[in-house]
Design a protein. Structure first.
Length: 294
């Protein structure tokens, strides 16, 4: 019986036209003898329409051409279905694929998405919203926004955008964190809810992160200036100075004394003063590069 796949593509993610990508993925599927339907997201009723298409086709894989936002939409839509997700990074925020060490070449990405074995990955629920890898309160929401509008990518682009954000001194907020039957109360410049290790730029913010261990980490940056940022970018997280604290847990409550900027997987979500968080273990099956080991 011929295999059936669905190719979910965000036509505007990453600010790039996807016609060429759609053609290449379609041709790849044809050569592999796979029947594939293309589903272009519109921002209106995508979850409901994708669910209906999946039920109608009984596809065994959903190939996703987009960024973290598109992956999250698909994962939420099919959260209770036994289906494998194949990722072709094509968005402005590709943090999950960066954390999974995906290759840069499209041909290699397609081979992984179409044929490789999967691992079952955790998701995090934050105030009833799903997070794939990294969310945070504080400075990074603005920093990420500035970076995504920049023409310079990678660690250099991230560092350049950080200068203006971090030199504009922000007053710390006071955060109270309940986790593992203990309470931590401290001033902070940024609090990261991390299901994995690194942002899409490759910068490691959570060296303890494992995306399939049934836990997430809360990374508290009590101070966050250019000196600390430079250490983090260089891969030297200052865990022994008291400026950074990491809590590993399966559930937590975070409260701040004032509403603070908040983002989930690169998507700005406004200001929040309370976050209820818990892990959703082994929620999604994702095809990964051979030899991947979180």
């Amino acid at each position: 019986m011929q295999k059936k796949y669905i190719f979910v593509v965000n036509p505007i993610s990453g600010g790039k036209n996807k016609e060429d990508l759609i053609k290449k993925v379609h041709d790849f599927a044809q050569e592999a003898g796979i029947e594939m339907q293309v589903f272009e997201t519109s921002g209106n009723n995508d979850k409901e329409e994708l669910k209906a298409l999946y039920k109608a086709t009984a596809a065994e894989r959903i190939i996703i051409g987009g960024g973290d936002g598109t992956i999250k939409m698909v994962a939420e839509s099919l959260e209770n279905e036994d289906v494998i997700l194949g990722i072709i990074p094509a968005g402005s925020a590709n943090g999950l694929s960066a954390d999974l060490n995906f290759p840069k070449a499209l041909d290699e990405q397609m081979k992984i998405a179409f044929f490789n074995d999967f691992v079952s990955l955790d998701m995090v629920c934050i105030n009833d919203k799903r997070s794939l890898h990294l969310s945070d309160l504080g400075l990074n929401a603005e920093l990420i926004s500035n970076y995504e509008q920049s023409a310079i990518r990678g660690k250099l682009g991230y560092a350049i955008q950080a200068v203006s954000t971090l030199t504009d001194e922000e007053i710390p907020f006071v955060v109270t964190i309940e986790a593992n039957d203990t309470v931590v109360k401290t001033e902070a410049k940024m609090v990261v809810i991390a299901n994995s290790q690194k942002y899409g730029t490759g910068v490691i913010i959570n060296p303890l992160g494992k995306i399939n261990d049934g836990k997430f980490e809360i990374v508290i940056l009590k101070d966050f200036n250019l000196g600390i940022f430079s250490k983090i970018v260089a891969g030297n997280m200052p865990l022994d100075t008291g400026e950074v604290e990491i809590i590993s847990t399966a559930k937590a409550m975070i409260q701040s004394d004032i509403p603070v900027d908040f983002q989930i997987d690169g998507e700005y979500c406004g200001k929040e003063s309370q976050l209820k968080i818990y892990i959703l273990p082994q929620t999604m099956k994702v095809a990964v590069p051979e030899g991947w080991n979180n």
